[in-house]
Unconditional design. Structure first.
Length: 188
């Protein structure tokens, strides 16, 4: 063999060895480039979410204040979950009896109905029967809207005792009123 062939063969073996050693490095470089591109795409996707979270964190005190205000408003409209449904119903019943008596009506009967689940709350029904004149009924209804926790008037049945023809025109007729009310209690 000629010296030129031997040198060419040695160079070829050297290049092949170098290529075999360099191939894993090239493949590793390509893999790292792909992972880097994927990481950049993931960061670009997460960046808006991260910015929103930073905004939420910056407004943390405002959010906490709003949450406390919402809790205060919630307590104005609902009986607390820590109170038994029967207790809440009895308390509402007593408040309504006191309200009607203060308005000038005479409570004849009252009843607390069993609590029913309603959109995540307990709806406690109350029925009250009372007698009084029209002015007392108007006073009771006017005060009813300012009650806290809120009392919802579901049904109102008003009847004149003895009919209108049996009363003197100068006397206010006596009314018999049947109230169907309900209050809401938080569920635990």
């Amino acid at each position: 063999m000629s010296a030129l062939n031997v040198v060419a063969r040695q160079r070829l073996v050297l290049l092949a060895t170098f290529a075999v050693l360099l191939l894993p490095l090239v493949l590793l470089g390509l893999y790292l480039a792909q992972r880097h591109a994927q990481g950049q795409a993931d960061l670009a996707q997460l960046e808006p979410r991260h910015a929103r979270l930073l905004g939420v964190l910056a407004q943390r005190s405002e959010i906490e204040t709003t949450r406390e205000q919402a809790q205060a408003l919630r307590s104005e409209y609902l009986y607390p979950a820590g109170q038994d449904a029967t207790q809440s119903g009895n308390l509402a019943q007593q408040r309504m009896r006191d309200l009607l008596t203060a308005a000038g009506m005479q409570v004849r009967s009252s009843q607390v109905l069993p609590a029913k689940e309603d959109h995540g709350f307990d709806r406690i029904g109350l029925t009250l029967a009372a007698e009084g004149d029209l002015l007392a009924l108007q006073s009771a209804l006017a005060v009813l809207s300012s009650q806290r926790p809120v009392v919802v008037l579901s049904d109102l049945d008003v009847r004149v005792n003895g009919g209108l023809g049996n009363h003197a025109p100068t006397e206010a007729p006596r009314l018999t009123v049947q109230f169907s009310l309900s209050v809401l209690r938080e569920r635990s």
